[in-house]
Write a protein that binds this ligand. Structure first.
Ligand SMILES: *Cc1c(COP(=O)(O)O)cnc(C)c1O
Length: 368
């Protein structure tokens, strides 16, 4: 096939009606957080059911606010997976608490719950669990541990909008949850995020911190907190809301591409993601682990075939900031996280892929 056109690792799925939704907001001249942000929050609430929602400027700001409102700060410890996007640990640092890393399970790329209890101390306040690449973490195990040790369960669901466990959607399991609307995720506002909680009061407090600490119920001296400006603009909300309305189609298409990959990629050097029956994977990323070919070589070979690919996530304790601060021997302490970082490979999976492109990706992977 013609390979002078690169198949990118991902591509936001923005169609004409999405663009029209944005331009119609621009024409009103009302650009900052307004009725479209509210409409996005209401739509998310309906989509997830039985939760309250606050939109914010990105999926890191969301978690920063959430940890603040949960009262997590200096002297506290938060359990995080050693393998994730670095923001998962950065937000713990941002509030002055200490991230306590736990290795992942290589079948799911999610936190290995059998290793959590060993890391719990009197300082532990929360488990910040990631649903990596769109697959829910081990919800039951995390809930059991949180109940037993009186910990908060916070979901970093940044890449898992639409994912399910036992028929329930991610974002509805923890005390609070965060979604990202970055272009690498299934639907996007450019930059954006959503905070979700069953606790209405919690969401109200998040909304105050999101908007300079302004408490709408406290009159004109009511700057009740030293807040942030983590608002989403109204045209961004319109952009993502328009995609959200056709989200099930987006998920279905991704599902059928992932199914082809799982059935047709056959190469002993590639180990494919595994999904248990009661999980619905939202396929933010299709993440393969390589053995017998290096990551650099695989990326280079695929690039020669016109296919974009990259590593999936970081082994966070190995990143410079965390090395300098905590000096943990990540390779020894978190071998699965280290392996996934060093040998993980994300390949293109997005709704606009054509059958020819999918064939080409499968054939190229089978030839690696
Ligand atoms: C994308 C992502 C984030 C960060 O979200 P932003 O909106 O880019 O700030 C955090 N955690 C995980 C697991 C992610 O995948």
């Amino acid at each position: 096939m013609e390979t002078n056109k690169m198949i990118p690792i991902t591509k936001p799925y923005i169609i004409d009606t999405d663009i029209e939704a944005v331009t119609s907001v621009l024409k009103t001249g009302m650009l900052v957080q307004g009725e479209n942000v509210l409409a996005l929050e209401n739509f998310t609430q309906q989509y997830l059911g039985d939760v309250h929602v606050a939109a914010a400027s990105n999926g890191t700001a969301t978690m920063h606010i959430m940890l603040k409102v949960h009262g997590i700060g200096a002297g506290d410890e938060v359990i995080v997976p050693a393998f994730s996007y670095v923001a998962t640990a950065n937000v713990v640092e941002l509030v002055g608490a200490t991230p306590i890393f736990v290795d992942i399970n290589l079948d799911t790329f999610n936190i290995d719950c059998t290793q959590i209890e060993d890391k719990i101390t009197p300082k532990t306040k929360a488990i910040l669990a990631v649903h990596e690449f769109g697959l829910a973490a081990n919800i039951e195990a995390i809930q059991t541990i949180c109940t037993k040790h009186n910990l908060l369960f916070i979901e970093d669901a940044a890449c898992a909008l639409g994912a399910q466990f036992n028929g329930n959607k991610t974002g509805t399991f923890g005390h609070s949850a965060s979604f990202s609307l970055h272009p690498r995720k299934a639907i996007t506002s450019g930059e954006g995020g959503l905070i979700v909680s069953k606790n209405k009061d919690f969401i109200e407090k998040c909304k105050v911190l999101r908007n300079h600490g302004v408490n709408p119920n406290a009159g004109h001296t009511g700057f009740t907190e030293a807040g942030y400006n983590y608002r989403m603009t109204d045209f961004q909300a319109a952009l993502v809301l328009s995609q959200f309305k056709r989200f099930q189609d987006i998920l279905d298409t991704k599902q059928s591409i992932a199914k082809r990959y799982l059935e047709e990629i056959k190469n002993s050097k590639l180990s494919l993601p595994k999904i248990e029956n009661n999980y619905y994977h939202s396929w933010q990323s299709f993440h393969i682990v390589l053995n017998g070919i290096s990551q650099a070589e695989a990326i280079e070979k695929l690039k020669t075939s016109g296919i974009g690919s990259n590593y999936g996530a970081q082994c966070i304790p190995q990143m410079d900031y965390y090395q300098n601060k905590y000096n943990l021997n990540a390779k020894e302490l978190f071998p699965n996280s280290y392996n996934a970082w060093q040998n993980g490979l994300v390949v293109p999976l997005y709704p606009q892929l054509t059958d020819t492109e999918i064939d080409h990706i499968i054939n190229s992977l089978n030839k690696l």
